[in-house]
Design a protein around this ligand. Structure first.
Ligand code: F6P
Length: 547
């Protein structure tokens, strides 16, 4: 079948299915068994999607016609799938076991990956054992990761998710994250920290990101103000650089001995598995970090070798294609029923929207299909008290991902176990009501007033984990990474570049020059920008602040 005939066939199939309410589709016998899929401790339940089992067959025909199997192989074999930057995207290589080999441009990358992990393990060990000392000779007890985007969100998300896996030796170190350009997080944090025992990780693939360099400069000045020691001594004892641009980090002042590296073939938002994961390893220990990698590797193997019809990332992606391109749904809510996954929505916002938020195909032509939806989310039970009103009774169709674990708090306080039970009940209730609407009510319950009605028909996926462990988190994140890749193949776009963020950076540099010069009244941008610059200038001179 050609790609065009697959799109057409799916379009005709959607015309029929659009007439049916999900509550009717859900009456079919055997629906859960036919539409739920597993890998290790992970269950993907698609039975509340607005489709039939045969819809999946048709979607897989589209995947096949788009040469998805060929693209998957190209990804794993290190071909230049990032075509605009002419390089591979080898996050999967970062979680290969040491016994594997992967030749890229005539070189086996696996020994390099493991040598880097080994160096990271040594640094973790020095910090955990109190051997890394600050300028007074006291051991470091606080680490602040300075980074943004992929150099912040993945490590922060994983540290929060796996906090309870912190081993005894890691308890000597507190880990913090700072990203905001305006310095508000850092300013508040520095008030509480002791410079003599604080170490900063400057995490930046490019080592040019203005947000990160501005925070790093403030941290450096804080140390200089606290100690008489020479700047080189302070920087070498109190800063680690994690970067793919070692020379830039050295020019900033961080010696090679205090650097950890990764490679330009690791995309920023795919980098938590590399040395960018240093804060994760500090928080949960190297053994648990290895488990995280092993969980991701296991999902990689599943993605590479499982037939499309049972392949979890492919299924998750193709159901997204169905919703976006055939049912016209362009909003996607990520709803973890687990406070430990509080940062998962923010992490996925970058992963999905920075990867597939594009309208130009690999060949430079304009995309003829809608691509990445608007994605947002929140811890589910909290969101119930905030934006679920819109999901239930608003005008917008929204697809939802619920993420929840079956087991939690085993052997712990009864009241906590009860809280998990509550959370599970709410997750199941919301998925059910979103799908069925009023039909979820018993016959004896009256909701006859128009404002009490629930339309239902909002599709959702439930991702059920046996329990949230480092291995399970690794699999979960790899699942989403590959989902994004599959969708990019169907849309024909490159998910591994992010040219759309560049113009803003250039413009900010130009505006900074004007703000620095104080020459606001003579600015020659557009009228709106000139007007604001003048207003800022006037307000600053009123208060005597420097322009
Ligand atoms: O501006 C976007 C971006 O380049 C992201 O892709 C990246 O994750 C983030 O900035 C941080 O970049 P770096 O690690 O180079 O500081």
């Amino acid at each position: 079948m050609t790609i065009e005939s697959c799109w057409q066939g799916l379009g005709a199939h959607a015309d029929v299915l659009k007439q049916q309410h999900l509550k009717d589709l859900m009456l079919q016998d055997g629906r859960f068994d036919a539409l739920s899929f597993g890998h290790e401790g992970l269950l993907l339940d698609l039975s509340r999607q607005r489709l039939l089992p045969q819809t999946l067959d048709k979607l897989m025909e589209l995947a096949q016609a788009s040469d998805l199997p060929g693209w998957i192989e190209a990804l794993f074999q290190g071909e230049a799938v990032n075509n605009t930057e002419q390089r591979p995207a080898l996050h999967t290589a970062l979680r290969l076991p040491a016994s594997a080999t992967l030749q890229v441009a005539g070189e086996d990358v696996v020994p390099k990956v493991h040598a880097n992990l080994e160096r990271m393990a040594q640094m973790v060990d020095m910090l955990h054992s109190g051997q890394w000392r600050g300028y007074t000779g006291e051991p470091i007890d606080t680490v602040v990761n300075i980074g943004v985007g992929g150099s912040d969100l993945g490590p922060m998300m994983a540290c929060r998710a796996l906090d309870e896996f912190e081993p005894e030796q890691a308890k000597s170190i507190e880990v913090h994250f700072v990203s905001s350009m305006d310095g508000s997080q850092l300013a508040a944090l520095l008030e509480q920290l002791n410079p003599a025992t604080t170490l900063f990780i400057v995490s930046s693939k490019s080592f040019t990101t203005m947000d990160t360099l501005a925070n790093a400069a403030t941290a450096r000045r804080w140390l200089q103000d606290a100690s008489e020691l020479r700047d080189e001594v302070l920087v070498s004892r109190h800063f680690i650089a994690v970067t793919a641009s070692p020379e830039k980090a050295r020019q900033w002042g961080i010696p090679l001995a205090s650097q950890l590296h990764f490679w330009d073939w690791t995309g920023g938002r795919y980098s938590m598995w590399s040395t960018i994961g240093l804060p994760i390893a500090l928080k949960i220990g190297i053994d648990n970090f290895q488990e995280l990698l092993a969980g991701a590797h296991s999902l990689d193997e599943h993605f590479r070798h499982t037939p499309l019809q049972q392949n979890l990332p492919v299924l998750l992606a193709m159901v997204g294609i169905w919703n976006i391109n055939f049912l016209d749904i362009h909003a996607h809510a990520i709803l973890p029923y687990d406070g430990r996954l509080a940062h998962l929505p923010a992490y996925l916002e970058q992963l999905e929207m920075e990867s597939n938020g594009k309208s130009v195909r690999r060949d430079g032509t304009a995309s003829t299909h809608r691509t990445c939806p608007v994605l947002w989310g929140e811890v589910g039970p909290n969101a119930q008290h905030a934006f679920y009103q819109l999901l239930h009774q608003g005008t917008e169709p929204v697809m939802c991902d619920f993420v929840v674990s079956a087991r939690r708090y085993t052997g712990q306080r009864e009241t906590l176990q009860r809280q998990h039970q509550l959370s599970l009940a709410n997750c199941l209730a919301q998925a059910r009501v979103l799908a069925l609407g009023d039909a979820a009510l018993g016959a004896d319950q009256d909701n006859s007033q128009p404002w009490q009605r629930y339309r239902g028909n909002q599709p959702s996926t439930v991702i059920l984990l046996d329990e949230l462990t480092p291995r399970a988190l690794g699999s979960l994140i790899a699942l989403y990474e590959h989902k994004v890749f599959v969708q990019s193949v169907i849309w024909g776009i490159n998910p591994f570049d992010q040219w759309g963020v560049e113009l803003g950076k250039t413009m900010a540099t130009q505006l900074l020059a004007v703000l620095d010069s104080g020459d606001h009244p003579r600015a020659s941008f557009d009228q709106a920008t000139n007007g604001l610059l003048a207003a800022i200038g006037a307000r600053r001179s009123d208060t005597g602040a420097s322009s």
